[in-house]
Structures are given as structure tokens and as C-alpha cells.
Design a protein around this ligand. Sequence first.
Ligand SMILES: Cc1cc2nc3c(=O)[nH]c(=O)nc-3n(C[C@H](O)[C@H](O)[C@H](O)COP(=O)(O)OP(=O)(O)OC[C@H]3O[C@@H](n4cnc5c(N)ncnc54)[C@H](O)[C@@H]3O)c2cc1C
Length: 491
Amino acid sequence: MTTDTLNDLKKILRPEQVTTDQEELYDASADRYKKYAKVKNVLDVPAPTAIVYPTSAEETAELLAYCNDNNINVIPRSGKTATEGGLENWKDHTLVIDGSKMDDIVKIDTYNMQATVQAGVPLQILEDKLRELGYTTGHSPQSKPVAQMGGLVSTRSIGQFSTFYGAIEDMVVGLECVFPDGHISRIKNVPRRSGGPDIRHIAIGNEGALCYITEVTVKIFKFYPENHSFYGYLVDNVDDGLKVLREVMVNGYKPSVARLYSPQDARQHFSHFYKEQCVLIFMNEGPKGIVEATNAAVEEAVEKFQSSIVEQVDSSLIETWFNNLNWDQSRIEKEFRDMAENNTHDGFTTEVSGDWESISRIYHNVMARIEKEFDRYDDLTMLGGHSSHSYLNGTNMYFVYNYEINCAPEDELLTYHHPIHEIIIEETLKAGGSMCHHHGIGKYRSEWTKDEHGSAYYMLEGLKQVFDPKGTMNHGTIFPQEAEIKKYIRD
Ligand SMILES: Cc1cc2nc3c(=O)[nH]c(=O)nc-3n(C[C@H](O)[C@H](O)[C@H](O)COP(=O)(O)OP(=O)(O)OC[C@H]3O[C@@H](n4cnc5c(N)ncnc54)[C@H](O)[C@@H]3O)c2cc1C
């Protein structure tokens, strides 16, 4: 990008809305996926040329049209908590469009039970405002203190209380988004309609690869903290724990939280009561009658599988654990510092989903294959997983792995993360599951986008051709780019 381009940008925006600070550009060239390489200063990708901060949909439209006309790659950015390389830059000419200055809570409408916000509003700010009024978004990903509404919608995020409130796609009522040719689309807020395909889903989950989300309207819910109930159990094994989860779900109940931790994963979360078994957790919320009925359903399900339940855990321990689960910016930064100092990588995750029949097969096949095939197995300090989002017809499995890094920093991903990640994805796809339950595809799962969608990839690819024919939006995200996959992932 030339000086001319920077001058052009300063005509569209005020000078203070354009950043070319080298440190900020280095930070913007990759996300958490390459956090170790980033802290070790060995990032192998080009830095974007500038970061810009529009304050309205109109400014965003002007910027997008400018980039589209001038072959400049655009990376939309919100709270920067992306985990799959959605913010990583693979092009020499790139503009990061950061929505965090579009941060107005436009309207909280407690009569129609919906809130409209600009895309740069952090979820925590909206949630705090709603709580003051006795309401909640019901959305609580662990990144809630930092992630912003635009990013949360564009990644199809999901929160800890999803089993009761749903994931973000169940919450979005309408939205406003901007396409690379500068067209602004507003999808109106109605409770339901049969006006053709549901076009909200072109924007929800697009990961910045089709359009830029500038405003969203989400449902809000009455909040009843006085009714919350918590349950915790130690369970013999993963399969029996999954059976208890299934029992509650197929009987038609919706706890807000229904989770099962493998013994290895339980050890790192529940050291205060861990006894080398799985940990099963439920939380119920909502109006009193619903909570009481759900409490009874949980107790009945546990009773049915009593022979696998080792003991019940004091519910206050589960409540305290939940209250300390979320990550704010200082915790994220501490994690980076710890990695750099200790040469360890804690908390790499690959989260997948499958129906009730296949999920335990996926879990066992993955664990067995990693032990057998991963030649750095001895460097693993933890390998396990948990099911944290359950549905009528199945659940997810969130594989987690920690390791010591005994190689050059630039080789870390190829040596450790990729082989493990690949086994998890292969086993999941083989079993008919989804390789991406909630972190999105980003750039690091794009190798498997076609396998994920099979013959329906035709439909996904069609969206890219129609809405972003020049490939302006987030090059390499969702839609595979063979040359860059080879350059930045495989070599
Ligand atoms: C500690 C931690 C915990 C997490 N826990 C969860 C969890 O519980 N559940 C969960 O689902 N995820 C979780 N994540 C992943 C991450 O927080 C989510 O993917 C989140 O939705 C990203 O939001 P963001 O505002 O940070 O977006 P960013 O990281 O800025 O961007 C994410 C992606 O969306 C695109 N994008 C951003 N803004 C826009 C926009 N306005 N329009 C179009 N595209 C856009 C970007 O280009 C990128 O591809 C976690 C991450 C961390 C670091």
C-alpha cells in the first residue's frame, strides 16, 4: 500500500482514525492462534499496512468500497479474541477495519425484549447494563469481558449458559451489515417470518469473509439469579457421564449448563475436589417453576445412572468455580507472559460436535490415536476434553491440550499443535461430526472446509462468489487458499 493510499484513507476518515504504529501493526498481523510466535517475535506473516477505526456504517461502507476498488485485503476486527487465525494477515496489502469505536448501545427495549447495539459494544458492557435493569443477554462466552458484539455474531459464538438460552444464532433478531461493494443491508427485527431463506445467516458466522457487521439486535431475557441451582458429581468414566447428559436432554429439559469433564481436564479445573474421576456439572436457571422441574429432571437422570456416580460434590464449589471462569484482558496478557517465560503452551483447544451415538467414539478414537501416533507425546502435560454444550440430538467435545515447547519457537505449531489438531479433525469428520463447534474456521481449519460441508460446499462457495467476487474480505478465512496454506501452515 502506498503513501497515496494512506492519504486517501485520511480523506475518508479523520487522521486520528488511522493507525500505522509499528507495534500495533505487529500485534494486528496475527491473533491468539500464533500467540507463542507473537510473544517470541518470530511471526512469519506480513503486517497490515494500517488499522482504521470507522464510527458508522457509512464510513465502513466507504472504506470497504475503496479497498474493493483498489485490491486491498480487509480484515474486520472486534475484540481480538479470535482463536483460529481469523485475524491473521496473509496479504501484503491489507487494511484492518476495527469496529471498536462503533460502541453505542442504541436501544434497550424491555417491552419487546430486545436490545440493539453497534458492533463494537463489548458484551460485558451490554450485559452489565441489562443486569442493572433485571435482564440478561443470556450470552456468556468465557471471553465475555473482552469480545465485542460484531465479533461474537460473526464467529457464531456460544456461551456457557447455551443449553437454556441458545447460542448467538438463536439470539440475533436482526442486524446491519456492509458488503465489499459498499452496499449496506439492514435486516429488520421481527419475531419470525417466512420470507424466503433466513438471510441473517449470511452474516452470522461469516467471520469477516463476506461482509462487515455494524449493528445487531439481540433478544434479552428476564434474569432470576435468586433461582439459580448448581449440581456437581464425580463420575466413573466419560461414557457414563455422557449418558447422564443425554438423559436430561432427550427428556426435554434445558439446564443452563450441562457439562462433563474428562479426568485429565477435570484435574486442571477442579483441583479442590478432584479425585481422578470425571466431573459432571449442571446449573439450572429461569423462573422458579422451570428451575424446580429441571432440578428434578437432573436428580432423576443421576439416579438412573447411580452405579456410575462416585459422589455428589458440594454445590457451592460449583457456583464458586463458575463465578471465576471468565477471562479479562489482564488474564489474557498474563497467559502470554507465562508462555514466553516458561516455554509452555497451555489451553490449545479443538472443539468439535457429534450426535449422541458418535461423540464418545470421537473422544476415544482421538485419545487413542494421539497416544499412538503423536511423536512428542511425552511433552504433553495435559490432554483431555469436556462436553460443554448439549442439544436434543448430541453434544460437543472440547479437546484441550497443554505441552512443553522443546523446539524452536517458529516450529511450535508444526511440531505440536497441528498434528494433534489434525487427528481430532480427521476423527470427527470420519464419524460424521462437525470439526468446528464454536470457534469458527478461521484460517487454520480452512484446509477442511470442503470436507466439513461436502456437497453443500457448493452453497457456501456461491455466497463468496456473489457477495465478495473480488476476494476483498479476509483472504484465507473459511475459504481455502492453497498457496498460503502451504506457505503459512504446512511448511
Ligand atoms: C479466553 C477466551 C475464551 C473464549 N471463550 C469462548 C467461548 O466460551 N465461546 C465462544 O464461542 N468463543 C470463545 N472464544 C473465542 C472468541 O472469543 C469468539 O470467537 C468471539 O466471538 C470473538 O469475538 P471478538 O470480538 O474478539 O472478535 P475478533 O477476535 O476481533 O474477530 C473474530 C473473527 O470475526 C471477524 N470479525 C470481527 N468483527 C467483525 C465484524 N464486525 N463483522 C464481520 N466480521 C468480523 C474477524 O475478522 C475474525 O475472523 C474465547 C476466546 C478466548 C481468548
